[in-house]
Design a protein around this ligand. Sequence first.
Ligand SMILES: [Fe+2]
Length: 430
Amino acid sequence: MALTDELVDALAEARARFRSVTDAFEESVLRRQHDVLMSPLLWDLAHVPNYEDLWLVRALGGAPTQDGLDGLYDAFQQPRNVREALPLLGLEPAHAYGDAVRARALERLVDADVSPDAAEPLQRHGFVHSMVAQHEHQHTETILAAVQLLPPAEGHQLRAPPTRRGGPIHGDEVLVAGGPFTMGTPDPRALDNERPPHVVEVAPFWMDAAPVTNERYQRFIAAGGYEEPTWWTEAGWAWRQEADLTTPKFWRRDGDGWLRLRFGHLEAVPAGEPVQHVCWYEADAYARWAGRRLPTEPEWEKAARHDPDTGTSHRWPWGDLEPTSAHANLGHGFLGPAPVGAYPLGVSPSGCHQMVGDVWEWLASDFQPYPGFQAHPYPEYSAVFFGDGHKMLRGGSWATHASVGRVTFRNWDLPIRRQIFAGFRTARTA
Ligand SMILES: [Fe+2]
């Protein structure tokens, strides 16, 4: 298929997925801000096309599709806690705006030069169109996180089949040999912070063969993990006290067991699923309690993609083929993680299960640029977030689209964040 056709399809798929989630809710629900951490969903509805107008119309020489919207929908000008009070476009005008921007973007794309040596650097290899499609998919995941925060009466409209069954994991942990591996990617459609590829020397380490499950996490709770400052960093303990953390978000006691609220439904916490809705401080405390630590970012990426037999780094844990539903739990087909062992075809060369999909995995590392990093196409994409304020998350979640779930994709968030679909696995130095 010609690259322009692929890009048209990618944009259409991103829009269909976005609308399949937002269309499940009334305008009154979309208009309200349900949590200080999240936007009212109506903001996302026009922010997504506003971003598309900026990059696929105006950055490529076109006039704005609709004036007067940039200030409202710029994520940096409008922090989440003020978005509810803004004069946002209503549901129908937001959809009309989205359709108008898309039509103009596609008009330009039909004749666009997307070859590697195109005169317009943004269009080379289809970079900017791919970036915009990925942005829409990322907002679909953010919207799913906001929907999970809705009260039960409003949050139950989404439906999904039960997840796959779990399977055997051979051994709790795998040994990843020391030595160099290639981290990052030369992929011209990857985002700036994934580039350039570079060789990293990693000392040998043991990695959990699967993410930490609810069952294991319950042992940490039962052992008094939330009551014992020894396991927490100073900042983590202060936050545990201030926010009164005692369980993962959305959990509650039920006699001797546990229930969780998931998309408006109260259900027993499934023992074999990766724990999710824990913040970095909780993940770090669990790891210390278990006599282990969170993996570093190079360790995680090496365990996920380095093939010791060939010395190469693959695009995915299982190789270079794009994922199917047999490889990983991506794309919100299940509205939740699958039990560990559910994806034997997705195991990495080192023997790690579910490195991609299910839950984002918190890592020990802060968000830092790779050697030779160059901001592209704008510093606000990643460069302004570098430093020690954000912790790394890797591997995508069940809500991440495959186009964003590649193993080199880097995500970052505040160490207190719990509403995202994040869990973790642990490691120890060999
Ligand atoms: Fe955005």
